[in-house]
Design a protein around this ligand. Structure first.
Ligand code: PMV
Length: 331
């Protein structure tokens, strides 16, 4: 039996602008998906995923006929996760050169699904890693990140960015700019608090909206560039000896304002952002595509978590510090 886990993520800075070649800084958070894999004697794949039980995870299962797994949970929930797990199994069989290997797979996750926190990336990274190792092969982090990205890319019809899978594999704060993806070393503690409105925006539509604004207005293109400038400044702060949380928070606030100007915030996100700021957070912003979903605040006190718990429209609030570990080979 082999167990791997991998973290979810938030964007400290730079979503949307990253689509136009600016840098972004996603950060792994201390919320993980764990995948347990045990080889079977036959060529079947059996999946148990009782935890994957939130709405909004809408990806079709890509298996067919004899290749379809036996299901231990209600079909609609499982169908959602199956495309990812199916892809992870295919990658692991390929990496281990064991095309007919049968596997029993158990998925557990503390990351809300479909909320822009990288839940699918974490499941895919942990799944490929555990399955490949269970089949007797080793897999290096770079290759794992690349294989996980391929799965997301396929399942999400070519829409996935490599940020989630790279961040989940490597852990910590990472810098993504085009093909250039790297870890930012020696980042101090980042006390994140996440607020979740229970919904999700349509990433494709939101990205298209920003593209349209940017094509039509020079000031919108300038806004995207301003986000890039802000990310470069934020990165410098992260690399310093003592992370100045107040300055980082100020940049997060600025980043939220620019994203809002680009039309990707929402009333629920703004109200969670303000609840966090007014209760003492260093800063707060939406994270991911926007339109609904999650905000991330920087706060080392209990203030914003408590305020978010009482904010109408906030369905869940939790503390999730920066996780410096990426994929973890648990056993
Ligand atoms: O909502 P998420 O976590 O999938 O992030 C989307 C980030 C965007 O920059 C808006 C799109 C992308 O692919 O980079």
């Amino acid at each position: 039996m082999t167990v791997s886990s991998a973290p979810g993520k938030v964007y400290l800075f730079g979503e949307h602008a990253v689509v136009y070649g600016e840098p972004a800084v996603p950060c792994a958070i201390e919320r993980r998906a764990r995948v347990t894999v045990e080889r079977r004697d036959d060529d079947r794949v059996r999946v148990n995923a009782d935890d994957l039980s939130l709405d909004g995870f809408t990806v079709a299962w890509g298996g067919e006929g004899d290749d379809a797994p036996e299901l231990d949970v209600p079909t609609n929930l499982l169908e959602a996760a199956m495309g990812y797990i199916d892809g992870a199994v295919a990658q692991a069989r390929d990496a281990a050169d064991a095309p007919d290997a049968g596997l029993d797979i158990t998925v557990e996750s503390d990351i809300p699904l479909g909320a822009g926190l990288g839940s699918s990336a974490a499941v895919v990274v942990a799944g490929i890693d555990a399955a490949t190792r269970e089949l007797g092969a080793a897999i290096a982090d770079e290759a794992l990140a690349e294989r996980a990205f391929q799965v997301e890319h396929e399942v999400q019809d070519g829409q996935a960015s490599p940020a989630d899978t790279f961040c989940s594999t490597m852990g910590g704060a990472v810098r993504v700019q085009g093909e250039d993806r790297r870890r930012i070393d020696d980042v101090g503690s980042l006390p994140f608090v996440v607020g979740y409105d229970g919904g999700a925006g349509d990433t494709g539509e939101l990205v298209a909206g920003v593209r349209d604004l940017r094509d039509r207005h020079v000031f919108a293109a300038d806004t995207v560039e301003a986000i890039g400038d802000l990310v470069r400044e934020g990165e410098t702060l992260l690399r310093g000896e003592d992370t100045p949380l107040d300055e980082l928070g100020g940049l997060m606030n600025f980043n939220h304002g620019l994203l809002s100007a680009l039309g990707v915030s929402a009333r629920s996100l703004d109200s969670m952002v303000w609840a966090a700021r007014e209760s003492g957070a260093y800063g707060a912003k939406l994270t991911g595509a926007g339109g609904g979903g999650c905000i991330v605040a920087l706060d080392d006190s209990e203030g914003s978590k408590t305020a978010l718990d009482y904010t109408p429209g906030c369905e869940e609030a939790f503390r999730a510090e920066l996780d410096t570990d990426g994929v973890r080979r648990e056993s």
